[in-house]
Design a protein. Structure first.
Length: 366
């Protein structure tokens, strides 16, 4: 098990623990809040042993503690299901960091209420109740409408992060259409005209928004996704990215293989890149791979991945500001906050070496 140098033992944070153990901060937070459901006994033990050995001092509280300390203002957060996705991707860890930092700066503590599955199963036997100290709830990722309705019955302000349910709760979103346009523009400028979409069906709303955004951006250049290459998968992780890349190669004649692949997220892009490397393709020349979401998955391994999206920590910070404002003003007006996006060009995209046709000009908008 890794151990921090003694000079760093003064006070290790959950972020540092997650980085050292190479797991998500959400999983670390859940374990250190005493929530064992959804975590293996080995992982739970490893997290606590490492935390104690390296001088961890809890800054937040668990739900039982919150019930005993009703004078301390808190905000609860919920992760979408399946919980295993939180351990594979750091997207929600980035969101949580922004949420935590902004709330903590305003003397509001955060507590992990559980995953969607965890709470839904428990609610069948013992309905979830919250102490008065829990002033608001942040939900990270798209959950089932029935589950959202259950949470709404708790009568707390709710901010839905990276998902939307207009008229039912606040939401904080990335501008998916803008991200799609940035990715398509970048790839077209490199000479690519043959595109593939590697998606997943978790978070159906977000997947649909991204796919629609890509289709519209391509249509504005008189291009479109070819039907055989609009491939959707069950999960949006490395394994599925690898399998989709394999499927795409097997379905394609060499002369028809799309040279520009846009993936639902960085995890799928990593899986696809692994397949390409293992099968002799040069990423960035034979095939360019890009992804949605600004996470460390795109930057902490080689090659770095071209990606577009809103900063997930900013999404968490904005969700916290909405909660703080709603709690303070006790306003019932709901808002959808859409964050601007940007593109970060990595090593995974490059010029198409042999364009099949001239790059179409993008029409001038009146």
């Amino acid at each position: 098990m890794p151990k921090m140098p003694k000079s760093q033992i003064k006070r290790i944070s959950q972020t540092q623990i997650a980085k050292e153990l190479e797991i998500s901060q959400a999983l670390v937070s859940m374990a250190l809040n005493g929530r064992k459901k959804g975590i293996s006994e080995k992982a739970y033990k490893t997290i606590w042993e490492f935390a104690l050995e390296n001088g961890y001092s809890p800054r937040g509280m668990n739900l039982d503690t919150a019930k005993e300390n009703t004078s301390v203002a808190t905000a609860g957060y919920i992760l979408r299901s399946p919980l295993k996705l939180a351990n594979k991707s750091n997207f929600f860890s980035h969101i949580h960091q922004g949420l935590y930092d902004t709330l903590n700066d305003n003397e509001v503590k955060t507590i992990f209420l559980g995953s969607e599955d965890d709470i839904a199963k428990s609610d069948k036997d013992t309905p979830l109740t919250l102490p008065d100290s829990v002033k608001g709830i942040a939900i990270m990722g798209e959950v089932h409408p029935d589950f959202l309705q259950t949470i709404r019955k708790l009568n707390r302000p709710i901010v839905y992060i990276s998902a939307r349910e207009s008229g039912k709760c606040h939401s904080v979103l990335s501008n998916e259409s803008e991200s799609a346009e940035l990715l398509v523009d970048h790839l077209c400028e490199l000479g690519h005209t043959n595109f593939a979409w590697l998606g997943g069906n978790r978070g159906m709303g977000r997947q649909e928004d991204r796919l629609n955004g890509i289709s519209m951006a391509l249509e504005s250049r008189n291009l479109k996704l070819k039907t055989p290459f609009k491939i959707n998968q069950i999960d949006a992780d490395r394994k599925e990215g690898f399998e989709v890349a394999k499927q795409l190669i097997e379905q394609s004649k060499p002369e028809d293989l799309p040279t520009a692949w846009i993936c639902l997220n960085g995890l799928m892009a990593r899986g696809a890149i692994n397949f390409l490397f293992q099968n002799g393709y040069k990423v960035g020349s034979d095939v360019s791979v890009a992804a949605f979401d600004m996470t460390n998955v795109c930057t902490e391994e080689d090659p770095t991945i071209t990606c577009a999206g809103a900063n997930p920590e900013d999404m968490g910070s904005e969700a916290a500001r909405i909660l703080l404002s709603t709690i303070k003003e006790k306003s019932k007006a709901l808002s959808d906050f859409i964050l601007p996006t940007s593109i970060r060009v990595g090593e995974s995209t490059g010029p198409h070496l042999a364009p099949a046709m001239p790059v179409p000009e993008r029409p001038v908008r009146s």
